[in-house]
Design a protein around this ligand. Sequence first.
Ligand SMILES: [Zn+2]
Length: 400
Amino acid sequence: MKNIKYELLYLNFLNNSLSLGAPNTLYTLSAIFLQGDSLAKLEEKLLVGFGDVIDRLVSTPSGTVPLLRKGRDGQAKIRYSWMKVYDETRQRYGRPLTLLAAEKIMEVVKPGDYVLIITNSHEMDGPPGAAALARALLVGLRAIPIITANFEPGSKFQRALTQSCTGAQIIPVLTKEELTGSIWTPYTTLIYNWPLLTLEEAEEKTRDFLDEYRPKAIITVEATACNKKGIRHGALGGPRNSGDPDEKIIRWNQFIDQANSRGIPTIATGDNGNECGFATIEDILVKHHEFCADCGCPCGEGIISAASADIVIPANNSNWASYGIEACLAKLLGNTDVLHDEYTHDRILRNCANEGIPDGATAMATPSTDGSSHESCIYLVGQLRQSLLMSMKEIVRESR
Ligand SMILES: [Zn+2]
């Protein structure tokens, strides 16, 4: 009987929520009439619903160029098929992916803990997402983010990373010592230059890093990594190295592999399958993404990273997945400031692009991401914010 009453009230709530055009009054979610189990169930449904809204926003290529061609008359890559990768991944996990990631972060990260964010794409998808996520971890959890990437000191990519952080209102530092010790440290994030390494060196250096910092979670933001044959590929299947284990190259898979054996939660964001951690959904990727099934290079192994992260978020681009995690963290913490706003987003994108970093799809220095226009990126953050703000209200319609 109690359940029936609850369902009716919930339906009533949903119906009322749809009548936004009518005169109404907004209240905070008091749910005076719902008690005990019923209230808990309603809150769970609302949370999962919110997570699905965020997931769909960040995995929908609206405002995005749908076609990328490999050479003027070459093979066409269609963006829309990636939505199927998201759908099947969501189905497999049984819960919204951005919400799962935020819940895991909330569970394991306490104030003063290090969280490792790995990025290295040297284009517009990566630095903005990493910087925005670092901001959310600082504002929401008082954690200490470390953004790891490979770069030449003083290069435009280093500046793109630091300027993305500044755009996100946080202060980038280049040494561990600068993270503590003064009143100007609470919003600092460490930019850590990860060197090019042989396979053996990567195993050792990753172990040393994890021993020193003991990060409570690892999140990859567009960190392209090697496939099972040790070859890292571009988005369109081109190989970046020979596969020789003694070659000094960018190696990220060791972080996920070693974190998995140490029980450190790992979260991977991506839009292609070559991003570190995406082997978790290899079967789904092979089905829907041509370069995952066949890279077209002599290795014949496909572009999928050899490492398997705990949670994989296939989104329209890795930046957008990061903003989705932020929105869910903000929701779980009940703190809207945890998600950056549209004006801050404009500043992040402009700061990054103004260093001369290309958009990965258009190859132009536009403040856009993987062919998603500047405007669509800002509108996305606007939609995320409005979804967050509206999710904290309740509409009650009643007769006088
Ligand atoms: Zn290949």
